[in-house]
Design a protein around this ligand. Structure first.
Ligand SMILES: [Zn+2]
Length: 261
């Protein structure tokens, strides 16, 4: 029995973390979790898909690159369901919260000192399946048509991965979307040129980060007109380093964008 053993998390059948992390989490009062360990194979699948630029794969970290943090793959990270409520207790128990944009993500210090986990030991219930920490890749749409986003929070256009707000009912009525053609009023046209043009010149290759105002803290990524939750903190760190574009939308608008896919 070692503090480094991978064990099942009490109360979470089929979820695993290292004993040292589980015991620290218990000292914090066993706060409710949304994610824990992620096996090497799961991460490898996501990385291979991204590296081959297969449709539907988000940027992902290479699990064979030991310089990456990969805290979930080292089985010493938890994502909290109620970070505001439980953060202080987790900190007192020894966890760090290294990502300001992922307030729910707690991990043990010196994360790289823990090896990447490739298999759940049979003594811990080795046939249990790991929980996915990254959403299942979805197929991309056939084209990149502009999308009209309509919600109680307002209306916007998503064009080439960029959100262009519409400011009046007349603007919304001026929008007609057909394959290959976007008809709109002159004011909307100018706004598209300003927003999409600026985005393209400064950071064309970098996807747009979308923050959900009033959401649960999940950050999304908008790429090729499609919105996906971004759950890998290392991906966010990379985007931050590139100083990519960022936008904050209302919770309703984010939900609408997700549903429109
Ligand atoms: Zn996390």
């Amino acid at each position: 029995m070692s503090p480094l053993d991978v064990i099942e998390i009490p109360g979470y059948p089929g979820w695993f973390a290292r004993r040292v992390a589980v015991e620290a989490w218990q000292r914090a009062g066993s706060p409710r979790l949304t994610s824990a360990g992620r096996l090497y194979a799961s991460q490898k699948y996501l990385w291979d898909g991204w590296a081959a630029r297969l449709p539907g794969f988000n940027p992902a970290d290479n699990p064979d690159d030991e310089t990456q943090r990969l805290a979930h793959v080292r089985f010493v990270a938890f994502d909290l369901a109620n970070p505001n409520h439980d953060r202080a207790a987790m900190q007192r128990a020894g966890f760090t919260f290294p990502y300001s944009y992922e307030p729910w993500h707690a991990e043990l210090p010196n994360v790289r000192s823990y090896a990447i986990v490739r298999d759940i030991p049979s003594t811990a219930g080795g046939n249990a399946r790991p929980i996915p920490d990254t959403p299942t890749p979805t197929p991309t749409l056939e084209d990149d048509m502009p999308t009209l986003i309509t919600s109680a929070g307002g209306q916007s256009l998503a064009i080439e991965g960029v959100i262009v707000p519409l400011t009046s009912p007349a603007e919304v009525q001026s929008i007609k979307i057909t394959p290959g053609v976007l008809e709109c009023s002159r004011s909307v046209h100018e706004r598209i040129q300003a927003i999409v043009g600026a985005n393209r010149s400064t950071s064309a290759a970098i996807p747009l980060r979308v923050f959900d105002k009033g959401g649960n803290g999940t950050v999304y990524i908008l790429q090729d007109g499609k919105l996906r939750p971004l759950v890998d903190p290392t991906t966010l760190t990379e985007l931050d380093a590139k100083d990519g574009p960022t936008i904050t939308l209302s919770h309703v608008e984010v939900q609408n964008l997700l549903q429109n896919e």
